[in-house]
Write a protein that binds this ligand. Structure first.
Ligand code: M6R
Length: 608
């Protein structure tokens, strides 16, 4: 989605902003722009292409100025174009605005402003903000912003500068992330802290409806009424190396390879030397957890697939019903929630608009919310009663990989923790399960060490125009996730299905042009998948099977088999997904696509 970076200090802001914009590129964008203030002299450049093109444009000019704003736009209102790219200004070009989010009542505001004589240059919702602030401006920028915000409905992170008040940046957020980076005689505003890691690790995460006035030496935070709000400075826990490719061709590949390390880190974080599972700062009373009668897990995209796996895990370990819902459905569905319901919200970013809205819906019903999240200080973690962090480190690739397996690992540990509290599994059973979980990273390493075979299979199948992924039982969600990975980065029409459903529809699609990925690991229902395979072969479908090493039978009828290490079926989703991530990666990269920045997609979907 859109990205914001702002700088105020003693240095020339332009190279700092361009560098920050490059760090924001991974989030997905279609156009970009920059505004530089040198006292009351304003320079704006925009382009409907890559940041490197904007940089090229700027190199030809000698632009100086110690205050600046940069933006990457992901179009919502108005097509991707130079005019619609941010920053936007009022008619006098004295108020300059960058914006992430959506101004929902922009149409009505625009009509009123037009009556006042404002002329609009773009089709965007953002431009109304600049005109509105200008209307209220009487010599103090933050006062004008406060007045404008009373009129605005929607979600926003805004960075605002003014030619008439040039020694400050005003920043404000509502339902869209924004942080202030603290340097020495320089400060930053940023929608994603990884973009300023080169400069500082000290940040203040703005809360909803807080306004920050940022000068080169100070940051003041107040609420919408103007009351000062105390500042909480956080330190970013990861290093710049973690947001670099480290020798890999793409972030996605790097992140796939990081998974064994991430899973080991989670185990050492939450399992004590004595083998007990402990979650830090777990603010939900264990007396409540002992009593819960059902769980509802809400999430979007890949996190939704992890949630489906969570349903299999927790129903089996804890023997309580687990419902799983998309954030976007849950929020409008008037769902049934009871006193003894626990809602679990899963999100890598912690900023996904639909997941957050669903959490608010749950809180309105006075239901406790536990979040599983990767990003410290994100909106989701602030709005939940308790959070279990996935400790996966920054995930840069739009296609989520390590966050997914990290979420599943946390769900295993949570399931075992609840099972211990509710006494649905014996201590011996729990210990054995933890031992299996500890063995997973080395099994993943084994697959990653043999990725050449998967690349060869990718080469042979990249020309297929459509793929079907089939899985059963706890690997049905793995099929959904494998299909999502392939479609989002290779643009090949791909579907995931429960193999048992094949005869109820998808079988109609099978012919020699259809590649079918069958997750056929050892299972008590392996024979059912074997029958699916026969049915596909009978219709000339081209099968790629994922099978457990040592399975001799499968080679008799399937040519392309990716063998995976043996693991108890209940824990296999942490293993079966690895070849599917690699398959998607190799198909897309061999096709020459920009794997880390797939078209139309954004890393975190902060608008509905
Ligand atoms: O940050 P979140 O986990 O809440 O994001 C949810 C989805 O937007 C995300 O998983 C998306 O589906 C990814 N592109 C999948 O690779």
């Amino acid at each position: 989605m859109c990205g914001i970076i702002g700088y105020i200090g003693n240095k020339n802001s332009m190279p700092i902003i361009i560098e920050g914009l490059k760090k924001l590129e991974y989030r997905g964008y279609d156009s970009t722009g920059i505004a530089i203030l040198d006292k009351d002299k304003l320079f704006i450049a925009k382009c409907k292409s890559r940041i490197s093109d904007l940089e090229g444009l700027l190199k030809k000019r000698n632009i100086l100025g110690a205050v600046g704003l940069g933006h990457t736009r992901w179009a919502t209102h108005g097509k991707p174009s130079k005019v619609n790219a941010h920053p936007h200004t009022d008619r006098f070009k004295r108020i300059i605005v960058v914006h992430n989010g959506i101004i929902e009542n922009f149409n009505n505001l625009k009509k009123d402003l037009e009556k006042d004589g404002c002329k609009f240059a773009s089709e965007t919702d953002t431009e109304v903000v600049a005109h509105l602030i200008s209307k209220f401006y009487k010599g103090n920028l933050e006062d004008a912003v406060r007045k404008a915000l009373r009129k605005i409905k929607g979600s926003y992170a805004l960075g605002i500068i003014s030619r008439d008040d040039p020694d400050k940046i005003v920043a404000v957020r509502h339902d869209s992330p924004l942080a202030i980076g603290l340097g020495k005689q320089e400060n930053f505003i940023v929608s994603d802290v990884s973009a300023i890691l080169n400069h500082t690790k000290k940040v203040i995460y703005l809360h909803d409806d807080q306004i920050a006035v940022v000068t080169k030496d100070a940051v003041q935070i107040s609420d919408l009424k103007g009351n000062t709000v105390p500042k909480k400075v956080d330190t970013i826990s990861y290093d710049i190396e973690e947001v670099q490719k480290g020798g890999f061709a793409h972030f996605m590949l790097k992140e796939i390879y990081e998974q064994p390390q991430v899973l080991s880190r989670i185990i050492s974080h939450y399992v004590t030397a004595e083998g007990a599972i402990r979650f830090e700062s777990f603010n939900i009373e264990s007396s409540f957890l002992k009593k819960i009668e059902n769980l509802v897990i809400i999430a979007c995209g890949t996190a939704y697939h992890a949630s489906l796996i969570g349903k299999y895990i927790i129903e089996s370990f804890v023997r309580i019903p687990v419902g799983v819902d998309f954030g976007s459905e849950f929020r409008y569905r008037n769902p049934v929630m009871r006193e003894k319901t626990l809602v679990i919200a899963i999100s890598q970013s912690g900023e996904t608009a639909d997941t957050l809205a669903a959490v608010r819906e749950a809180k309105k019903n006075k239901v406790k919310v536990l979040s599983i999240c990767n990003v410290l200080g994100s909106s989701l973690t602030r709005e939940s009663d308790a959070t279990i962090y996935t400790h996966a480190g920054p995930e840069i690739s739009v296609a989520s990989t390590k966050a997914y397996t990290a979420q599943i690992m946390v769900l295993y540990l949570l399931g075992l923790y609840l099972a211990e509290l509710k006494k649905t599994l014996s201590k011996n059973h729990i210990n054995k399960a933890i031992d299996v979980l500890k063995s997973i990273p080395s099994k993943q390493e084994e697959i990653l060490g043999n990725s050449r075979n998967i690349k060869e299979i990718a080469k042979k199948h990249l020309h297929f125009g459509a793929f079907l992924y089939l899985g059963r039982n706890i690997n049905f969600p793995t099929a959904l996730e494998g299909a999502l990975k392939l479609k989002e980065i290779s643009y090949i029409p791909t579907e995931g299905y429960a193999a048992g459903e094949m005869k109820h529809g998808p079988i109609a699609l099978i012919d020699e042009y259809r590649a079918v990925v069958c997750i056929a690991n050892d299972s008590f229902i392996f024979n059912k998948m074997a029958s699916n395979i026969q049915e596909i072969l009978a219709r000339q479908g081209k099968i790629i099977a994922i099978a457990t090493s040592g399975n001799k039978q499968i080679k008799d009828y399937v040519k392309e088999v990716i063998f995976i290490p043996r693991v108890d079926e209940q824990f296999s989703p942490l293993i079966t997904i690895i070849p599917l991530q690699l398959l998607a990666y190799y198909i897309a990269s061999l096709k020459g696509y920009d794997v880390d920045k797939p078209r139309n997609l954004a890393k975190s979907v902060t608008v509905e």
